[in-house]
Ligand binder design. Structure first.
Ligand code: SAH
Length: 400
């Protein structure tokens, strides 16, 4: 079946950007044809009518669709998706044979040539996430391509497009056998309990793999660890396995207590020795400061944006204050792992937050490590915005 295709023309400025490999269609890049639909193939030409790229229309927060091909003779069909998925699978061949790690990203949107789509691997199961109705309109082709390219136990999916990027509540099972949840996956030898059919999140954020390993191997031994915005406590598990003296996991969500207990349990860690606190992270920091609690290792990994009953947290506005409060409870020579996935906070600015907080609290520090997305979260060099993860590991070298 020939896909529904429309031709659109772009200005010289946009043409230059597309020629440089920028994969995203921005809101005002072209006039939309009147009868364009989500998933309509867009053949993009310059003002002289020359072919530039082929992509699709799909509304997301970031833009209105993605470039799929720069080859004027390539059509967007099962063969196209097979090519992308095969290449992506081959790039992760090393991870597929690594017995210590059985959960990772297989295809990362525009970084693997298909903006608006991600595919993750969880111990024999694949999780496909659609970021727009437009991408979802290719569902049957993508699934046909995926199932033809690789062996699998089962496939699950997440629809993140209720209003451009929100999760659509659904039974997420697609085909194959249904998983037994929790599914136990391994990451550098640590176990994590994963649920593929329980809302938008699975229980683990796969992009922090290297950071968890560093916490376990480099910073945990003997440490009193504080993990703020802990979710299922994945960083606490890494610390406990690395020999932390104790861990304190703080998250506002009620579900975090049982989820965190479960992660400890499956790793053979006695839950009684770990503290799990259901509380606002800022409130906990005030409490800790008042009670003169002190930690050797503090992990900060807040959401980019969160609204709770009491306050709205925005990484762009509030991260410096969060760091200042964290510094108050960090022991001399202690380590802070500061992480953000806020796309609107550039790395340089994030470093300034650290600098400003340390200056405000009269602390000196040393930057020990910097992390970005791991290699399986491939990004496009022409689209640095896709490189959203910024992690700074610092040591507090002086404190007044
Ligand atoms: N660090 C986690 C992921 C964090 S996801 C990990 O490595 O897996 C963000 C978490 O922040 C969510 O679990 C959410 O419930 C929690 N959260 C949001 N606002 C909060 C607040 N004000 N105080 C504490 N936790 C909060």
């Amino acid at each position: 079946m020939k896909a529904y295709e429309k031709t659109v023309t772009v200005s010289d400025k946009v043409a230059v950007r597309l020629k440089k490999g920028h994969p995203l269609f921005h809101k005002d890049d072209f006039h939309l044809p009147a009868d364009v639909r989500e998933g309509t193939i867009l053949r993009v030409t310059d003002s002289g009518g020359r072919f530039l790229v082929r992509g699709y229309y799909g509304k997301q927060n970031v833009g209105q669709g993605w470039v799929l091909s720069t080859n004027k003779d390539e059509s967007i069909d099962v063969r196209f998706f097979k090519g992308k998925i095969e290449t992506a699978l081959n790039k992760r061949a090393g991870l597929f044979v690594n017995e210590e790690t059985t959960a990772f990203r297989v295809l990362n949107g525009e970084g693997d040539g298909v903006g608006g789509l991600t595919i993750d691997y969880y111990e024999g199961f694949f999780l496909v996430t659609w970021y727009s109705k437009g991408m979802y309109s290719f569902r049957s082709q993508v699934l046909e391509a995926l199932t033809a390219c690789t062996a699998y136990k089962g496939i699950y999916e997440k629809k993140r497009f209720a209003s451009e990027g929100q999760y659509v509540e659904d039974d997420d099972f697609v085909c194959g056998e249904r998983g037994q949840f929790p599914l136990l996956v391994k990451e550098n030898g640590m176990y994590f309990a994963v649920y593929l059919n329980d809302g938008p999140m699975t229980g683990i954020f796969l992009d922090q793999r290297h950071v968890r390993k560093q916490i376990r191997d480099q910073y945990a031994p003997g440490a009193r660890m504080l993990n703020l915005f802990s979710y299922t406590g994945a960083f606490s598990v890494a610390a406990a396995l690395g020999g932390a003296a104790n861990t304190t996991s703080v998250d506002l969500a009620n579900r975090s207590r049982s989820k965190t207990e479960e992660q400890f349990l499956i790793n053979g860690i006695a839950v009684e020795d770990q503290h799990i606190v259901v509380m606002d992270a800022f409130r906990y920091l005030s409490y800790a400061e008042k009670n003169r609690l002190e930690f050797d290792l503090v992990v900060l990994d807040p959401p980019s944006f969160a609204r709770s009953k009491k306050r709205t947290f925005s990484a762009a506005k509030d991260y410096t204050l969060l760091l200042e409060k964290a510094l108050s409870v960090t022991a001399p020579n202690g380590i802070i792992v500061a992480s953000t996935n806020a796309a609107n906070v550039e790395r340089r600015r994030f470093k300034q937050f650290v600098d400003q907080a340390c200056t405000a609290k009269n602390c000196s520090y040393e930057l020990l490590e910097e992390h970005r997305l791991p290699e399986d979260f491939a990004t496009s060099p022409a689209y640095p915005q896709g490189q959203y993860l910024k992690v700074l590991i610092i040591r507090i070298t002086g404190k007044e």
